[in-house]
Design a protein around this ligand. Structure first.
Ligand code: ATP
Ligand code: GCO
Length: 222
């Protein structure tokens, strides 16, 4: 796992002419995007269950593009990490403050016009809503997004694939606090993104370079 906020590459974000396959075809949902040329900056959240490859894919994408990379695992409280390490799934109460903190990071990057990639499970629709809108996502008395903090435009990249493939990878993974036994609860909690969310779905069974190319295609071709 990479350390948090590793600025991969260091230089100014370059988004000119990435090498894309002729028909990079991730399943796509949500509003159409105009392509990177029309975007001031880009926020990508690579999401999915534990072991889906979020850290691997997200850090590679960020390194290739020279964008900032954040791993949500680095922002869990010690209590949350202990809970997971003991084989107890997190609940909404455990996750919401963590998601608020992650929203604040994305908001800060947005404010400084910094392209960024975040690897974060974001399993439920409500969790993704918190990443997009922060606390106002769950304050029912304030359904309107405050004008000073408009909703963030985030592309969610769902790494999707069979539980047995992921379980096989988790069994081989070493030195991580998340036990493979929690995979079932992760799938039980997962609400795959759907329209009108802004998302693509990428098969985690593809090779790492293929997945990164698909995501680049979605970012740059809209
Ligand atoms: N495309 C791939 N092909 C084969 N193995 C992969 C691929 N992507 C990731 N892996 C391996 O699968 C394991 C899980 O990947 P990774 O840690 O990136 O997942 P994650 O979604 O970030 O997990 P967690 O949420 O538990 O932190 C790692 O050991 C990684 O090396
Ligand atoms: O929402 C969650 O249940 C957690 O974020 C988990 O997904 C872990 O953080 C991660 O998968 C372990 O590395």
């Amino acid at each position: 796992m990479r350390s948090s906020a590793a600025a991969a590459g260091g230089g100014a974000p370059e988004r000119a002419s990435p090498q894309l396959p002729p028909s990079a075809g991730a399943e796509r949902g949500g509003p159409m995007r105009g392509g990177a040329a029309g975007l001031a900056m880009v926020l990508v959240v690579v999401m999915g269950v534990s072991g889906a490859g979020k850290t691997t894919v997200g850090s590679r994408l960020a390194a290739k593009l020279g964008w900032k990379f954040y791993d949500a695992d680095d922002y869990h409280s010690p209590e949350n990490k202990k809970k997971m390490a003991e084989g107890i799934p997190l609940n909404d109460e455990d996750r919401i403050p963590w998601l608020w903190a992650l929203h604040d990071i994305l908001r800060r990057e947005h404010s400084s016009r910094q392209d960024a990639v975040l690897a974060c499970s974001a399993l439920k629709k409500m969790y993704r809503h918190v990443l997009v809108s922060g606390a106002s996502a769950i304050e029912s008395n304030h359904p309107e997004q405050p004008k000073e903090n408009p909703a963030l435009q985030i592309l969610f990249v769902h790494l999707d694939g069979p539980a047995d493939v992921i379980a096989g990878r988790l069994e081989k993974r070493r030195g991580h606090f998340m036990p493979p036994e929690l995979l079932k609860s992760q799938f039980d909690t997962l609400e795959p993104p759907c329209t009108p969310e802004n998302f693509i779905t990428v098969s985690l069974e593809k090779s790492l370079p293929e997945m990164v190319l698909e995501i680049e295609h979605a970012i740059f071709s809209g």
